[in-house]
Design a protein around this ligand. Structure first.
Ligand SMILES: NC(=O)c1ccc[n+]([C@@H]2O[C@H](COP(=O)([O-])OP(=O)(O)OC[C@H]3O[C@@H](n4cnc5c(N)ncnc54)[C@H](OP(=O)(O)O)[C@@H]3O)[C@@H](O)[C@H]2O)c1
Length: 234
């Protein structure tokens, strides 16, 4: 399915679009939003609902559609109230120019294009998932760091676009919880959970994060036009 067609538009409901909505954080967020009776559209390049959600009743309430954040459909975004940008890659080292550029593109350009298009389309609220990047990775030599900054600057532009628009960047540490592979099998990242008390400010439970992202996506009257939320404040 390509982004969304007119017959799928539910009148009177708040519509939240989640770029990268079929991923680890995205699926947990989609569940939170679906349970709040919001019209949720999860966009990704493949557009498919993940295999492990096939028998989950809540996932039927979500629209799983194709939509590339780097080439956003501004016309479609005109029907959207809130946008959440979750596209990104892990902070892996890059050993070639092509790999550096791919990581920068994935973390920066994609989200930046989606946020700029959403600002022009009049979307009211933007939520960007950034990351806590600490020493020695917080350097311009690191594509992940530069990409996250490019996306954050786009979130700030979104907030500055008009008085009716606001944006927040949520910056967690390493996220743990049940992650599923494309095949449907799970990776037990929830085993990291006991460590979260031992290394406070470094780990984040995906359920807690998803709940906060949902709150922020539906927060149309924030106290600040632009805000950054650190791992410890999530
Ligand atoms: N996981 C962590 O520990 C962690 C920690 C801090 C920050 N973060 C950040 O959190 C975000 C989400 O992480 P995650 O672990 O949920 O990632 P993920 O599981 O890889 O999910 C990202 C999803 O984005 C989709 N996607 C990729 N390129 C896209 C594009 N151009 N347009 C639309 N969708 C696209 C992918 O699906 P398709 O292939 O179908 O497009 C993928 O399912 C990332 O920005 C990451 O850097 C993650």
């Amino acid at each position: 399915m390509n982004e969304i067609n007119k017959s799928q538009i539910t009148k009177g409901q708040i519509r939240v679009v989640v770029y990268g909505g079929n991923g680890f954080v995205g699926t947990h967020l989609a569940k939170q939003l679906a349970e709040r009776e919001v019209d949720v559209v999860c966009l990704s390049r493949t557009g498919v609902k993940p295999v492990h959600l096939q028998d989950q009743a809540w996932s039927e309430k979500v629209k799983w559609c194709k939509g590339d954040a780097s080439q956003p459909n501004t016309k479609f975004l005109e029907s959207v109230d809130s946008i959440v940008c979750l596209v990104g890659s892990p902070p892996l080292p890059t050993f070639s120019k092509a790999a550096w550029e791919a990581q920068f593109f994935q973390n920066g350009t994609t989200n930046s294009h989606a946020l700029d298009a959403a600002a022009s389309a009049g979307v009211k609220r933007a939520v960007l998932l950034g990351a806590k990047v600490t020493f020695p990775l917080n350097t311009d030599r690191f594509a992940y760091f530069q990409g996250k900054r490019l996306a954050r600057e786009a979130a700030k532009r979104f907030a500055d676009h008009s008085e009716q628009q606001s944006a927040v960047v949520v910056e967690p540490g390493v996220i743990f919880g049940k992650r599923h592979l494309r095949s449907g099998s799970s990776v037990p990242l929830h085993l990291l959970s006991p460590l979260s008390g031992l290394i406070p400010g470094f780990l984040m439970d995906v359920n807690r994060l998803a709940s906060r992202l949902a709150d922020e996506a539906l927060n149309f009257e924030p106290r600040q036009d632009f805000q950054r939320i650190s791992n410890s404040d999530i």
